[in-house]
Design a protein around this ligand. Sequence first.
Ligand code: ADP
Length: 301
Amino acid sequence: TLTVTGSINIDHVIRLPEFPRPGETLTGSDYRIVPGGKGANQAVAAARAGARTRLVACVGEDALAASLIQGFAEDGIDITAIDTITGVNTGVALIQVNNNGENTIALAPGANAGLTPAQLQRHSSALHCRQLLLQLEIPLETNLAAAKTARDQGAQVILNPAPAQALPDEMLNLVDIITPNETEAERLTGIAVSDEAGAGAAARALHDRGIATVMITLGARGVWLSEQGHGRRIPGFAVKAVDTTAAGDTFNGALMAALQQRLPLSEAVRFAQAAAAISVTRPGAQTSIPYKADINAMLEQ
Ligand code: ADP
């Protein structure tokens, strides 16, 4: 099984002609409430791509949480390790999108901050898994505890280090595969990833900090795959992008499904890139995440 430990968010999205300035009120359009959170998005992507997937996460005591969890169950995700924490909100993101497609995001982590090591302890059996997939929207101590426990039991630990932040070696030492985008790779290493030389140097810096496999996602240009210091770029799929939200989440989830099938790394990256390419041709986050049949069709084109 794949275990994803991470965040669940409810995204409230409003489109505006421009961002309001302090003290200003602007009228927008297209208000939507959509399921989000990197943990949830990646679990959905993994399950739709065919992985047996369990999500360890926390929600608050609100009405929307129940419908979110029902959605995960409909995607075939094992929801038995999703806990409800009383007295807090389910994670919320207030997202403003302007006419240039740029966004601003205000986060209230709520129950995601409540996924503490003690809370995780209740689901230690979920960490007895083949793969553990982590991101950075829950407390770092929880990721450390999850990675330690899973690794001790022989799991492969995959970290998508998003949102971008610097990390201690204590965390990186517990990771088998890391999947930063360009910004995140730069934040972790201090090395700008604007070309292949930069990607190679950043990957080597991450190898030096104890990680065997580095995959730096390069947007439309594909992925820099580096194993034990030997790197190369695997091109992505040429598509017409309409909304790149959750491209990275789709990549990570689909990658897990491919690893569960024991595909070689380069083929797993291709599968994951096909999934991510489909997601950028569709609007939204979880709404844009493809199923296995669509991914295979893209691979056969
Ligand atoms: P993030 O969404 O985390 O910033 P990237 O932008 O690097 O991550 O995208 C992740 C992956 O999604 C890429 O490696 C690529 O395979 C795919 N992807 C992203 N943008 C495009 C695009 N415009 N066309 C095709 N594939 C894309």
